[in-house]
Write a protein that binds this ligand. Structure first.
Ligand code: SF4
Ligand code: SF4
Length: 468
């Protein structure tokens, strides 16, 4: 039985030969990494470049085989029939493997081959030693391995994204933007600086990683390290505070949340590129929206309290607050539950099951912070030309933040939701040009004059009752 529901080309549900060969190529790159995790020693000078080259070649080949000769338009053919993208067996297998890898990375790095005091690296960490030596003169650790693989994933899958959405200028530019920020500010510049300043104390590596996403920014050890890190450390301290207190409100006023979440952020970068095949798996229920609001703002409140306590300890030169150890009762639990388990393990490991923006939507305190500006003091909105909407539902289906865009479009109502990351995919996949991302004047942002079905139904029926 042919499972495709396409009338025009029912055979398009399967993979063609080129796609299969491309997948095999990329799989060899992954296999090399898995073999080293299993404890097999490989020559790093040969197999690390080989693995990375196979990953890039496989992704590029697959992208060309999938989208290269296609006419204009975004193709999501078969996403509800493939086991990878419809929460089938492959999705679960990848989810479990990814989650397991994150667990080892965060809590059992020795099992990946991280050296102890009396030994040198083995396993996958040893595979990355020559590259780490090249940048910093030091052997690799688990974070170098993670950062390198993270960057490779964004660049390789970013190339695939660029081909898939190549007829859309907004998608092209913002994807090049996240690839640029990941490669330079998150990866290359920190590595080069570390190599040049090995005599200086450690300071925040990725300069665009703003508090409260960077939850340790105000912790004593980090403040001390920046303060003793010379002019560069001082620059990181001042710039980090400026970005949080001044830059973020100003940028968010003019551009909404998208300037960070869809153009700059590393978490957003991975979600938009490697996570793109899973964006339709985000839940759209009203219940999930309620949970999302409580959770994401709860995490923001939590990190605010933790940071106040941390600063209290720093300025009073005490490691206790109300008799409680600041490390044991505040910073460590937050770092474990939110910083590691939620943002890393669940946030990325569960892409294939829960969609690509689980962390951004339910847990990121910076997204919550920027979202407050987007909701209440911003020029950004998505306008909807409701008369043109044919209720196809593409926009809601592919909204990674679970926003029921169609409900707004049908009513001709502007979308000013705090959770919208301004990815623009709803607009890109709309066949009628109904949706437009705009940075207009504040006046008229909140329009309460539903044009079509709104006249027949109370807003609550569409789950948008808090639109004031
Ligand atoms: S509403 Fe549109 S722009 Fe906003 S997150 Fe959803 S798909 Fe992206
Ligand atoms: S994609 Fe466009 S036409 Fe389809 S439901 Fe959304 S706004 Fe309406």
């Amino acid at each position: 039985m042919n499972e495709s529901i396409s009338i025009a080309n029912p055979d398009s549900a399967g993979l063609n030969l080129q796609q299969k060969l491309a997948l095999a190529t990329g799989s060899i790159g992954i296999l090399i990494l898995l073999v080293t995790i299993a404890g097999v020693h490989l020559n790093s000078n040969i197999f690390l470049p080989l693995s990375i080259a196979m990953l890039f070649a496989g992704a590029a080949w697959y992208a060309h085989a999938s989208y290269g000769k296609q006419p204009e338009g975004i193709k999501n053919n078969g996403v509800y029939h493939a086991a990878l993208t419809n929460k089938g067996a492959i999705a679960w297998a990848i989810g479990i493997v990814l989650t397991g890898f994150y667990v080892l990375l965060y809590w059992f790095p020795a099992s990946l081959g991280l050296a102890n005091e009396s030994s040198s690296n083995t396993g996958i960490i040893a595979l990355f030693d020559p590259l780490s030596q090249f940048f910093t003169g030091e052997p690799a650790d688990q974070w170098f391995v993670y950062g390198t693989l993270y960057t490779v994933a964004i660049l390789a899958m970013g190339y695939k994204f660029l081909l898939k959405y190549r007829h859309n200028r907004y998608q092209t530019i913002r994807t090049l933007s996240v690839m640029f920020f990941q490669l330079f500010t998150a990866y290359l510049i920190p590595q080069i600086l570390e190599g040049m300043h090995d005599d200086k104390a450690y300071f925040a590596k990725d300069i665009k990683n703003i508090w409260p996403l960077n939850h340790y920014f105000f912790e004593s050890w980090h403040l001390d390290n920046m303060l003793s890190g010379g002019s560069l450390g001082m620059f990181y301290l001042v710039f980090g505070i400026f970005l949080f207190a001044v830059g973020t409100p100003i940028f968010s006023y003019f551009y909404g949340k998208r300037w960070y979440c869809s153009w700059v952020c590393g978490c957003g970068g991975l979600a938009e590129t490697a996570g793109d095949p899973f964006r339709h798996n985000s839940t759209k229920t009203l219940r999930s929206w309620k949970i999302e609001r409580w959770m994401v703002h709860g995490v923001l409140l939590l990190i605010t309290i933790v940071t106040i306590v941390v600063l209290y300890g720093y300025f009073t030169n005490s490691d206790r607050f109300l008799g409680l150890s600041i490390y044991e009762y505040f910073t460590r639990p937050y770092g474990f539950v939110i910083g590691a388990a939620f943002s890393g393990v669940a946030g990325v490991g569960f892409y294939p099951i829960l969609g690509n923006r689980v962390w951004c939507r339910f847990g990121c305190p910076l997204a919550a912070y920027i979202g407050l500006f987007q909701r209440f003091k911003s020029r950004f909105r998505i306008t909807t030309n409701g008369d043109q909407c044919i209720s196809c539902g593409n926009c809601s289906t592919y909204c990674e933040m679970g926003i029921d865009v169609k409900a707004y479009a049908q009513r001709g109502q502007n979308i000013v939701r705090s959770s919208c990351v301004g990815c623009g995919i709803c607009s890109a996949v709309c066949p009628r040009g109904v949706l437009k991302l705009e940075n207009g004047p504040e006046e008229g942002r909140f329009n309460h004059n539903p044009e079509l079905v709104g006249k027949l139904h109370e807003p609550k029926a569409f789950g948008i009752s808090d639109q004031k």
